[in-house]
Design a protein around this ligand. Structure first.
Ligand code: NAP
Length: 458
């Protein structure tokens, strides 16, 4: 059998894990990993909060995988615009889509389009220095509502409430550091629509919230209710019990313990029904919800208004379509069976999906591994059945490079990423930090390609 040329689209954890598992399979493969940004790591670089250094261990593992050299990283290539998916199929025997989820899930309530109603994914992209997002963020609200009680809501609430000086030890870019300094926030209200046993925070992340300097966590006794499903969830899951215990501990704080200048309030059993205000956000209207026995909730008709001047919607991420690939606009995934991409009832031979674009934006980074394994099993099976062949030359990057050069695409490589890393670490050293991220795509690209640049960082 000839060497199988495989293209993986997206160099986040999903794409890197899939590449790694494929490289260790029994197939003779050559793997090219394409990324639209000049830097690898996807949501690990552009989604994880900068004050979560624990994630460093994941970066190290991903780095070591790519450093081996048998998976070839090519950055700053947008599959869809620089090269179409059809063109890619000329050169590659199989293609894996691993583009993750970069947008916010929709929330259809009145007022959602007011200017200070923000998607959490956009805010995260700003504080993580994503090159395709605005360089400034309007931090003008004293009181803020965050919808959703998952880990993204926690990250957003924490970054909003934290004092700027406590973020300075991280790798946040200079424009973000500047932006956070002028944040006038005093109160961040986080809202979950179900009960304490249905909150999606993980225990470690929730506990950590209690250690943020000069920020008090406030939880209200009237928000505690448990139905049969809640009792069972607490009994069955150690993590659920730990989360509920932590929330309960905060209810029993003595008033004299609450001395901080900023507060995060965690409210439960309240669903957003309207964002109030004519031209600007002036408040949120929440409906009190009641548990139904199975962990689901129903509205009680009781409305509670909170004055806030900004709203962050952290109700889940959503994937964006890839030009040329089928997309389920409702579930926001590429339709697939076990990773084999489907158009209607038909399998598209040679096209696969893995990660959040395959199964939706749920699960921690680790769960992406088992998902990738399932997709790679399909590729191995299809290759062994003799089903995989490119539509053209099938000579992988050798052929594609000619097309990219004809189009003057300024792609970057793994060696380029090593150059950019060294550059960012040097910037960090100048400021007494481990690293400072470069935001400006042109500078990222030029540094990676060893070209002259004007040193513009954001
Ligand atoms: P998530 O965990 O699915 O949480 C989404 C939250 O939004 C849930 O509380 C959900 O409530 C709520 N929600 C959904 N639709 C809503 C609506 N219409 N109105 C009100 N609330 C609504 O999603 P996520 O926070 O985006 O996180 C995605 C994944 O990344 C998770 O697996 C998370 O653990 C992971 N992550 C991990 C970290 C970390 O530090 N370890 C950081 C960030 C993200 P219901 O439960 O009622 O649907």
């Amino acid at each position: 059998m000839k060497t199988l040329n495989v293209a993986v689209i997206g160099a986040g954890p999903a794409g890197i894990y899939a590449s790694d598992i494929l490289s260790k399979s029994k197939l003779d493969v050559s793997i090219d990993l394409f990324e639209r940004l000049p830097a690898p790591y996807g949501l690990v670089r552009y989604g994880v909060a900068p004050d979560h250094p624990r994630i460093k261990a994941i970066i190290d593992a991903l780095y070591n995988t790519l450093k081996r050299g048998d998976i070839h990283f090519y950055g700053n290539i947008n599959i869809g615009s620089d090269v179409t998916l059809d063109e890619l199929r000329e050169y590659y025997d199989a293609i894996i889509i691993a583009t993750g989820a970069d947008a916010d899930a929709d929330l259809n309530i009145p007022g959602v389009d007011l200017p200070e109603s923000y998607g959490a994914a956009d805010f995260v992209s700003w504080y993580d220095g994503h090159p395709d997002y605005p360089r400034t963020w309007p931090l003008q609200a004293k009181e803020i509502a965050v919808f959703g009680v998952g880990n993204v809501a926690l990250d957003v609430a924490r970054v909003l409430a934290k004092h700027a000086e406590d973020m300075m030890v991280t790798e946040i870019p200079d424009n973000v550091a500047e932006g956070l300094k002028n944040n006038p926030v005093t109160d961040v209200h986080v809202f979950g629509r179900r009960g304490p046993a249905q909150v999606k925070f993980t225990p470690m992340e929730l506990r950590e919230l209690g250690h943020v300097p000069d920020v008090d966590i406030i939880v209200y006794p009237e928000d505690f209710d448990y139905d049969v499903a809640s009792e069972k969830a607490i009994e069955d899951s150690k993590m659920t019990k730990q989360v509920v215990d932590q929330l309960t501990n905060w209810v029993f704080q003595e008033p004299e313990e609450l001395t901080a200048s900023r507060r995060i309030h965690i409210h439960m059993l309240q669903q957003p029904v309207e964002i109030l205000g004519d031209e600007h956000v002036e408040g949120v209207r929440m409906e009190r919800m009641a548990l139904q026995g199975d962990g689901s909730v129903k509205g009680t008709g009781e409305m509670i208004d909170y004055p806030v001047q900004a709203v962050y919607r952290a109700i889940g991420y959503a994937s964006s379509p890839i030009d040329g690939a089928p997309f389920d606009g409702k579930k926001k995934v590429v339709p697939n069976v076990a990773g084999r991409v489907m158009r209607g009832e038909e399998i598209i031979t040679g096209l696969y999906a893995t990660g959040w674009i395959k199964r939706g934006p749920v699960g921690l980074i680790g769960s992406t591994k088992s998902d990738a394994r399932e997709t790679i099993d399909c590729i191995v099976e299809d290759a062994e059945a003799g089903l995989l062949a490119a539509k053209g030359s099938g000579n992988g990057f050798e052929g594609l490079r000619v097309l990219l050069d004809e189009r003057s695409t300024r792609y970057t490589t793994w060696q380029g990423w090593e150059l950019l890393e060294a550059f960012e670490k040097e910037l960090g050293a100048q400021r007494g930090r481990t690293r400072v991220k470069v935001v400006e795509r042109e500078t990222m690209t030029a540094v990676s390609r060893g070209e002259d640049h004007d040193g513009k960082l954001y």
